[in-house]
Design a protein around this ligand. Sequence first.
Ligand code: FMN
Length: 323
Amino acid sequence: MNAAFRIACVPIASPLVLAPMAGYTTSALRLLAKEAGCGLVFSETISSKAIFHGNERSWSLMAFQPAERPIALQLLGGDPEIVAHAVTRAEELAPDLIDINLGCPKPKVTSKREGAALLADPVRATAIVRAACKAARAPVTVKLRLPDEGARPEFIDFLRGLQDCGAAALTLHPRTVAEGFGGRARWEVFSAVAERISVPLIASGDAKNADDVRALLGMGCAAVMIGRAAIGNPYLFREILADLAGRPAPAQAPAERLSLCLRHLAMLARESDERTAVLVMRKQLGPYLKTVPGHKQLTAALVAIDRYADLAAAIDSIRRGLL
Ligand SMILES: Cc1cc2nc3c(=O)[nH]c(=O)nc-3n(C[C@H](O)[C@H](O)[C@H](O)COP(=O)(O)O)c2cc1C
């Protein structure tokens, strides 16, 4: 059960996908995930309005390296014309896929009628996806949450409408905005959705291990997106793929996980600068150290370090202590 799949003309070598996660899924994590066998990576969400206004930081979020392919650049926006403009700009980098974000629950996004707010306005949401499909050379995919009413027939009709106007795959995180990240994602909706759409369905929400992936693929999903479980553990993709292939790999030893953490830190510094690398890595130190004895105190000490060289040395010293 190691099924490759396709999104329109784009072959994807494994059914595991790295979730878009703002502040985490920069090139560095995407490359490490790819190296571990992840089939498809997403950029974090990029505001089409910010691209329209020439915002440099937003533009820099589009950057990726050839080894990350296939990659989806994810755009957020509530205006079809502005989204179409951002798609045209994104196309300058020739991404494999363009993804439209209809799932962001943050109040600063939904208050502007963007992201998940569009689930309450299917006509506008469909117009945005149609405009994106028209402007894009690459296949366009859509990532959504559940609307407040859940997976009612109207929602399925909406998904079919997206596919009719050109969406080449759909990713569903089956929680409503109000549910945030609480409780369990409602996996029970996947079978009904997968049966009723003809494009690949990517499952998102709470997948942590090979059993979860097997269960979700068994519900008719073409692929499984992994988000939080891959933070501080990009090797997870390798572990899951090995298990799916029937040859479970040993869990990564804590010292090896810290070697990966050091590589990740160095890659972050190369893609931005040392100061940014420290800030981005700080949020991931807890998960990277999770399997180290005394990890809580160690993490507390590491997150207080400001200088790149000091942080790298401290992680390396913990790593050496584990050998
Ligand atoms: C810190 C964080 C940032 C996220 N940023 C994005 C984003 O930029 N775009 C998006 O579509 N989803 C975003 N998500 C949602 C994830 O892609 C995913 O759908 C969700 O976390 C559920 O999957 P998981 O249980 O595997 O984490 C984010 C989630 C987290 C935890």
